[in-house]
Design a protein around this ligand. Sequence first.
Ligand SMILES: [Zn+2]
Ligand SMILES: [Zn+2]
Length: 253
Amino acid sequence: MRVTVLGKSPSWQDADGACSGYLVEEAGTRVLLDCGNGVFGKLRRFTDYVDVDAVVISHLHADHFLDLVPFSYALLYGPRQQSRSPARPVLHVPAGGRDVFRRVVGAWGKEDLIEGAFELREYRPEDVLEVGPLRVRFQEVPHFTATQAVEIAAGASRFTFGADHSPTDALIEFARDTDLLLIEATLPEPEPEGPRGHMTPSEAGDHGRRAQARRLVLTHISDELDADWARGEAEREFGGPVELAREGAAYSV
Ligand SMILES: [Zn+2]
Ligand SMILES: [Zn+2]
């Protein structure tokens, strides 16, 4: 299985960057995990959008789904899509996704844009999805809206994406012994007040160690934070080398 980082920014993009998006490929099957702002253009550098079999959205925050809008326009109006059998990838979204998309694109009177371009299916956290040889599982994690960590596995090889979350044992159990844990490290310091929804690099390292992840990669982190500082914080807690996600980086799992 090959995992390519298309976007690793938090909810605002790095210079020339993109928000959450990862391309997962195995034996000719392609899954796009999250489709935040900026991701569609990055996707096109690595694969043809008509060849994406399925899109899986972790949660309904803008930085994880906004580029479903240009992706939908491409699927509906792209010149090659005017044939009798246009591509219509499956779009797996959390419960309530259809209504959220209708509200967003309804702002300019195109309520059915996304559901018209994709085959939209709402999943439940307990569902297990099969996309070709890939198996997709979910785990609810604490965040500001209903959010799922996502595992994509091919045979015994596992890739775990934490999505956005505050510190949580739920992710540690879900990711136990995973081959690759892509974990958020949004904050320079814990939120000073109110409910928490994100983590620091040192908390990300701690989660990676407790999950005994074989490989740990920090993501959802701004280019405005010092990368060496973040890596050092995470490595101190993880007890081994940690990488920062970088657009275009690919991992074999
Ligand atoms: Zn986010
Ligand atoms: Zn979020």
